[in-house]
Ligand binder design. Structure first.
Ligand SMILES: [Zn+2]
Length: 476
């Protein structure tokens, strides 16, 4: 409890404290003993599993196959792609000793798997008939974090990484955009996050990529969070690892590759997109429990009725939990499940039972209402769908209200102080750096669906480089 009796610090008071308290009190995660590592607790891990199921289904439905590559990668592999090694060197964990002696060649714990998958693709691809090669792996990776934040930046995190090889640029770009579309849909339809898909400016690209695309999401403190990325590598990795194929005319050609990833960071994004001063708010499609049933009073009759309700809802495909802990009052349970973000609560007491009804309460956005027990299989799934839609609408409204199109520097500073600024930019890295130094805002993306427009750079006045406005904001 905070000093004034609230379960967690108010968002407006200290957003960062609010975030950490929600994670701890909702039992999503704990800190690991090695700095920057996290332990994902069962309630948090279930959210990840639900996201994983939705994403994995879409990845497979679009023709990709799952595989698994080793955690340990020869250090020399990273050296083969100059920009890649430069980008990742500061974050690498390197194994120098094993089996009781110093290794002849150092081994790195994968920070990402382009190199080892590139090496294996070069062995598996020889003809145009082997293309496209569409692989995905679910794995953990390690990037040594200097400023760790649970779920957002952890030394070890979980993700999927798609890696594909194609005959030409056109096919590889089609794949890059397909992955971005999958991420956009999962964020919107599963996590209720109305993300902005777009391209990163050259200064924000993945190390070794020719083009990087992102989905950007607004958190409730107005900051941006990159929630998934899709990279077109050109032939950079294919040249470094010799991924070549014999074309139909027999000539040896170099493949074009892509990679794309979504991580446990999404859990942090869900917390900060939907949470409020009472704690977590979970979109039903990611909620470990979509409904909690709280029996009021201790009679056997009530307990049996609660169990029956749960059984019926489970049979209707609803994830339901009965909180029958005798040591806690109903009020205590209401607060706890609100803190843990459960979308719906059913209260069941003797009077309700006598009237063959229950009280349905929404975590946000609805009045308490009496519902007939006979209709639960119809009412609850519908309420869950409405709740899911409500969260998406609420997040979209919030983002719209905190995003401003600006054409002058004073307007930019004001917009970027607590939200996003849509502005013209010259495309120069030095100018982007200057903006970051003065406002802490970075170019989040050039939105794919922004209307074409011309203007002059909001900072330096040179002509716009992108033919549309760029989104800027402070970011996680
Ligand atoms: Zn400029």
């Amino acid at each position: 409890m905070t000093k004034d009796g609230r379960a967690v610090t108010a968002q407006s008071e200290d957003f960062s404290a609010w975030y950490n308290e929600v994670i701890t009190r909702a039992e999503l995660a704990d800190r690991g003993p090695v700095r920057g590592t996290m332990v994902i607790r069962p309630y948090g891990y279930r959210i990840w599993e639900l996201l994983q199921e939705e994403l994995d289904r879409r990845i497979k439905a679009t023709g990709h196959q799952n595989a698994y590559f080793p955690l340990l990668v020869p250090a020399s592999y990273l050296d083969r792609e100059a920009e890649h090694v430069e980008g990742f060197a500061p974050e690498l964990a390197v194994v120098t000793h094993a089996g009781g002696k110093e290794l002849e060649e150092s081994v790195v714990v994968r920070p990402t798997s382009e190199t080892i998958i590139g090496e294996m693709m070069s062995r598996w691809i020889s003809s145009h008939r082997d293309l496209p090669m569409l692989l995905n792996q679910w794995a953990n990776v390690v990037r040594w974090e200097l400023r760790p934040r649970t779920f957002l930046r952890t030394t070890e995190f979980l993700w999927q990484e798609g890696h594909t090889a194609h005959a030409d640029a056109e096919d590889a770009m089609r794949e890059t955009m397909l992955a971005l579309r999958i991420y956009t849909e999962v964020a919107r339809d599963v996590a209720a996050m109305p993300v902005v898909p777009g391209e990163k400016t050259p200064g924000e690209r993945f190390a070794g990529a020719a083009r990087t695309f992102t989905i950007e999401s607004m958190m409730r403190d107005g900051k941006a969070l990159q929630a998934g990325t899709s990279h077109y590598m050109g032939t950079n990795f294919a040249r470094a690892f010799g991924i070549r194929y014999a074309a139909e005319d027999g000539r040896l050609e170099t493949c074009h590759t892509t990679s794309w990833g979504m991580t446990t960071r999404m859990i942090g994004a869900v917390i900060m997109t939907h949470g409020d001063d009472r704690g977590l708010v979970l979109p039903p499609r990611l909620a470990p429990y979509q409904v909690v049933v709280v029996p009021i009073g201790r009679g056997e009759e009530i307990a049996a009725a609660a169990a029956r309700v749960a059984e019926r809802l489970a049979a209707a495909g609803v994830r339901v939990h009965v909180d029958d802990r005798p040591q806690h009052s109903p009020g205590y349970k209401y607060n706890e499940w609100e803190l843990r973000g459960v979308p719906l609560r059913l209260e069941l007491g003797p009077r309700d039972l006598a009237a063959a009804s229950a009280v349905l309460a929404w975590r946000i956005g609805g009045e308490k209402e009496n519902v007939a027990l006979a209709d639960l299989e119809e009412i609850v799934p519908r309420a869950l769908d409405e709740f899911q839609d409500l969260l998406l609408r609420r997040a979209a409204d919030f983002r719209a209200a905190a995003t401003s199109a600006v054409d002058d520097w004073a307007g930019f500073r004001a917009a970027a102080a607590d939200g996003w600024a849509a502005a013209f930019h010259c495309g120069e890295a030095a100018c982007e750096q200057q903006i970051k130094a003065e406002t802490a805002a970075t170019a989040r993306c050039v939105p794919n669906d922004a209307p074409e427009a011309e203007g002059t750079c909001v900072r330096c006045g040179r002509p716009s480089a992108y033919g549309k406005r760029v989104l800027f904001g402070r970011a996680y």
